[in-house]
Structure formats: C-alpha cells, structure tokens
Ligand binder design. Structure first.
Ligand code: PDD
Length: 278
C-alpha cells in the first residue's frame, strides 16, 4: 500500500512516526473512517465536518485545507486502486518530550491509509450480528472521535469470548451505542428509535443519513434513550457505521430480538441507504 504521512506519499513500511508522538504516548489524536465503494467516497462532507469539530474540541489545528483534504482522499483511493473498503485518517497533536502539559504550537502528525474489503457483500448481513450488553466505561466526551479506543477494544474482545459479534454499552440503564457503531431499534409499532445526540455517544454520520432516509422506508423516528429491555421487546434492531452501513442485530445477551432473524425494515433501510449513496 501507498500511505500518506505529513505531505508525503510513501510505501507503508517507509512511513515513520516518532515514538514521542502524543498520539502514541497519550492517545492524543482524532480519527475518521470513510467508506469507499467503486472508488467513490460515501458521506464525505459529514466526515469532514465531524473531523473539524473533533479537532476543534481538543485544540488541534486542521492539518491541511478542505480542498487539499478532498484531493488527498481521491488520490489515496486512486494510488491504491481501492474499489471497496475504507480510508482511515488520523491527526495527532504532534511530537515532543513526554509531558502532561503540551506545547500549543506543535505541528500535527497527519496520516492516511486505505483498507480494502467487501463492504457491500458483507456476509454478516444475511445472519445479522449478535451483541452482549456491558457497562459503558469510556470517557464522557464520546462525541469527540479520539483514538482512545482501548475500552471499546477490550469490550469487543470480551464479547467475542462470550461468542457474540459485538457489544452494546449501557449507562444509567440506557443503551449508549455499540463498540464502533450506533445502535437502533424498530418498535413493534414500526417506529425507528435511536438515542438522542449528546456527549454520551458518537454522532454517527451514517446514523444521520439513515434518519434522513427513514421516511423512504415508511418509518417514523424518535430520538430518545431506551433500555436493553425495550430493545429486547422491539421488532427489529440494527447498528450503523461507515463500515457496516446498516447491519441487522438479531440478539442481545443470547435473547432473540423479534424473529431472531434480520428484520425486513432493517434490510430495506440498508438497500435505501446504499441506493442513495451510490
Ligand atoms: N466507528 N459510534 C462509535 C463509537 C464509532 O466508533 C463509530 C464509527 C460510530 C458510527 O459512526 P459513523 O456512522 O460516522 O461511522 C458510532 C468507525 C467506523 C471505526 O472506528 O472504525
């Protein structure tokens, strides 16, 4: 692969970052993941807007201008001949001697790489995924897309040990989201319910797109908190993310949701989302 690092295109094994980089020592970095289908970027404007918001929240400057950023996205897809997959980008505060206090004028470290994989023909769509619930032990500013992903990574490993595909986090009796996706239900009355936006969860770009398309799937939606019990009583459930699009969830903690199979409205939403983005 050809990767991007601080203004240079390099073979992946020649891209080097300092061990003093604060992304490495403090997880002091922001990231974004954008899906690519047929060489096309999905929901790109939303991802850039969130990148700017995340960087601003922790006081890291945008490393390049917006036009250049878009060009870099197109270039990295072209250089790597990516048909389906993702673009990962990360901006860390920069490198200096380890110190909890950082210099305000550090030069950010900006890297990008691609990962190719079948996004559309994901075999999990047929079966749906299973999840287990766990306490949400992440920090409180989950609307900022930082690379502090250890808790989520450990939780997903634990879910796997328990035989599940993913985890849904619960805080104060209500579901926040999955390890790296937003979680939603469709009630038996046919209402799409998704948690309202706050610091408790990442403001998913796919979530926003899907809510905008709910009408096309004959679904009304409500944004509010809901519990595991309410989710288990729902007709359908699904997660959304840049890499999953709309992915059916068929059970929580070993208990089936609805028929225990991917729901019809969920699959319709997935089709509508894909048709809208391509
Ligand atoms: N994760 N919630 C969390 C905690 C996430 O990490 C993500 C995305 C989402 C969905 O956001 P979006 O629809 O904008 O992708 C929700 C990416 C895909 C990742 O970490 O790989």
């Amino acid at each position: 692969r050809i990767v991007y690092l601080n203004g240079q295109w390099l073979p992946e094994d020649e891209a080097k970052v300092s061990i003093f980089d604060r992304g490495y020592t403090f997880a002091d970095a922001i990231y974004e993941v954008t899906a690519v289908i047929g060489g096309k970027l999905l929901d790109y404007p939303g991802h850039v807007t969130r990148l700017k918001r995340s960087l601003e929240a922790i006081g890291i400057p945008m490393p390049v201008g917006e036009n250049e950023l878009l060009d870099l996205h197109h270039e990295i897809v072209a250089k790597n001949g990516v048909d389906e997959g993702l673009i990962y980008l990360q901006v860390s505060r920069g490198a200096e001697d380890r110190n909890f206090l950082y210099s305000e004028d550090l030069k950010p470290t900006f890297s990008m790489f691609t990962q190719a994989f079948p996004v559309l023909a994901n075999p999990k769509v047929e079966s749906g995924i299973t999840v287990v619930s766990m306490p949400d032990g992440r920090w409180v500013n989950r609307q900022i897309k930082t690379v502090q992903l250890l808790y989520s990574s450990l939780a997903k490993m634990e879910a796997k040990k328990q035989g599940a595909d993913d985890v849904i986090f619960v805080e104060d009796g209500f579901i926040t989201e999955a390890s790296s996706a937003n979680f939603h239900i469709i009630t038996r009355a046919g209402v799409l319910v998704t948690r309202h936006l706050s610091n408790a969860l990442l403001h998913g770009i796919t979530r926003g797109s899907v809510l905008g398309l709910a009408g096309k799937a004959d679904l009304q939606f409500e944004e509010r908190a809901f519990s595991v019990e309410e989710a288990l009583d729902a007709a359908e459930a699904f997660v959304t993310s840049a890499t999953n699009f709309v992915m059916p969830v068929v059970s929580i903690d070993g208990k089936a949701i609805g028929s225990g199979r991917p729901g019809a409205s969920t699959l319709k939403l997935r089709e509508i989302y894909i048709a809208d983005k391509l």
